[in-house]
Design a protein around this ligand. Structure first.
Ligand SMILES: Cc1cc2nc3c(=O)[nH]c(=O)nc-3n(C[C@H](O)[C@H](O)[C@H](O)COP(=O)(O)OP(=O)(O)OC[C@H]3O[C@@H](n4cnc5c(N)ncnc54)[C@H](O)[C@@H]3O)c2cc1C
Length: 423
């Protein structure tokens, strides 16, 4: 009954999950077609030319760590690994903007967190025992809000664990899922400095994650169609039988499959009965056109400021604020000035605003609470040829590039396996 045609895998959504899925499938003999609703790939991880500042900016400065193995292997595969750079060692400089105090966490270069035993390298005013809750967190099994499983107060929390988990979970850590926080500890901190080296796309996210991916996929014969929004999935005999896009309809053959790599609020409208995370948290990014002073470190954690992380990049300084819903209604100029005041203070620059742009992403990530984490579906669905990908699917990680790419790889592997078994 099944033809010898290996079939086509249709990937809907060209965010990182969709691009990673396409990269994985394109290694096989199957045909791949990507359908993206907008005119641009990258989704929540993209660069664009901003007319106000005359710069190419990112929707948000994205931080990776050297332990993000899927993200790194994706960039290896598409040939852009060298575009991710950072300090040679796992170093995290911080400044307390209220007191002016500065310190740098140095995780060294080992595969074990020896830095915890070194007074010079751990968080000021902390001792070894302060790190035990982190070790317990790494192996937590039941999911609860972090505030119920560890003390979210004190020097180690205020100066290290709090800022780190706020950035990684994009939610006030006390409310965040202990399981997701544990996964971060397990995959990075517990593996020592080798897994904690910060990596940034200094020339922009597009040049590392998006343009090389598109070029690589096209070279492999992948069809990529932009402005091709999926409006409806039609089902029959336990399968997806037809894809209805805004401008075309595609009938699926027996060997064809679909990987839906769209945001959760789009997926729930397309897939009957699908449960997904349904509450989100925002992120604010500001970009200022100015040459960063040479004395600034590659990234700087800010305590007691409005900015949380400051990134001196090529011809600009960018700053990030996580779980930033409280700032979404602040007038834009006021927000830019408030953020610039922090930067000016730590960088020793005048308080006059340079050319700036603010990007507010309301639904930057799903809310990483235990309740929302429990709503994440697996890659498999009740339909034989329909698979899900995206940072909101069950990856075991918070909504991150690493999670998105792993989800794409996983959906591609499962789809391939299912089609092989059916052949
Ligand atoms: C401001 C900001 C800062 C961040 N910082 C970090 C960070 O520092 N480190 C980190 O690891 N992660 C960070 N993240 C998270 C990271 O960007 C995401 O986890 C990742 O990009 C999600 O990729 P995705 O493919 O799962 O989803 P998306 O990027 O949302 O991709 C979904 C795609 O589907 C398309 N689509 C939607 N509907 C349809 C339709 N009907 N038909 C066809 N296509 C459709 C969309 O246009 C989009 O291209 C940040 C996110 C934001 C917003």
């Amino acid at each position: 009954m099944h033809s010898s045609d290996p079939g086509t895998i249709h990937i809907v959504g060209a965010g990182l999950a969709g691009l990673a899925a396409a990269e994985r499938v394109s290694r096989s003999h199957r045909a791949v077609a990507i359908h993206e609703a907008t005119a641009q790939a990258g989704g929540r991880c993209r660069s664009y030319h901003d007319q106000t500042t005359g710069m190419v900016i990112d929707n948000g400065t994205h931080l990776l760590l050297s332990g993000n193995r899927a993200a790194l292997s994706f960039t290896e595969a598409i040939g852009s690994r060298s575009g991710l750079r950072g300090p040679g060692e796992a170093q995290f400089p911080f400044i307390d903007i209220a007191s002016g105090e500065q310190w740098t966490l140095r995780f060294g270069d080992s595969r074990f967190p020896w830095w915890v035993f070194d007074k010079e390298r751990r968080v000021p005013q902390t001792g070894i025992v302060d790190y035990l809750p982190l070790a317990r967190l790494a192996w937590a099994t039941a999911d609860k809000p972090l505030g119920e499983v560890m003390d979210c107060r004190g020097a180690i929390y205020d100066r290290f664990v709090g800022p780190l988990l706020l950035a990684a979970l994009n939610i006030a850590p006390q409310e965040g899922s202990a399981k997701l926080a544990g996964a971060i500890v397990r995959e990075t901190l517990a593996l020592g400095g080798q897994a904690c080296r910060p990596l940034l796309a200094y020339e922009g996210l597009g040049s590392v994650f998006v343009e090389p991916a598109i070029a690589h996929l096209r070279e492999r014969g992948v069809a990529i169609v932009f402005e091709d929004e999926l409006i409806e999935l039609l089902f029959g005999n336990g399968r997806v039988s037809r894809l209805k896009f805004a401008r075309q309809t595609v009938d699926l053959g027996v060997n064809d499959a679909v990987i839906l790599a769209v945001p959760p609020y789009v997926a729930t409208n397309l897939v009957p009965g699908l449960i997904t995370p349904s509450s989100f948290r925002g992120i604010v990014n500001a970009h200022f056109r100015i040459d960063p002073p040479a004395h600034l470190p590659p990234m700087l954690g800010v305590i007691n400021g409005t900015c949380e992380w400051i990134f001196p990049l090529s011809g600009r300084i960018s700053a990030t604020i996580s779980d930033a819903g409280r700032l979404f209604d602040m007038p834009r100029t006021e927000l830019a000035q408030t953020m610039w005041n922090d930067i000016a203070k730590v960088a020793g620059l005048p308080s006059t605003l340079p050319p700036w742009q603010i990007v507010r992403e309301r639904r930057a990530t799903f809310a990483a609470t235990p309740e929302e984490n429990a709503r994440r579906p697996t890659a498999e669905t009740s339909w034989e040829n329909l698979f899900l990908a995206g940072d909101w699917t069950q990856t075991g990680l918070p909504a991150t590039i690493e999670g998105a790419i792993r989800s794409g790889y996983r959906a591609a592997d499962i789809a391939d396996h299912r089609l092989r078994a059916a052949a």
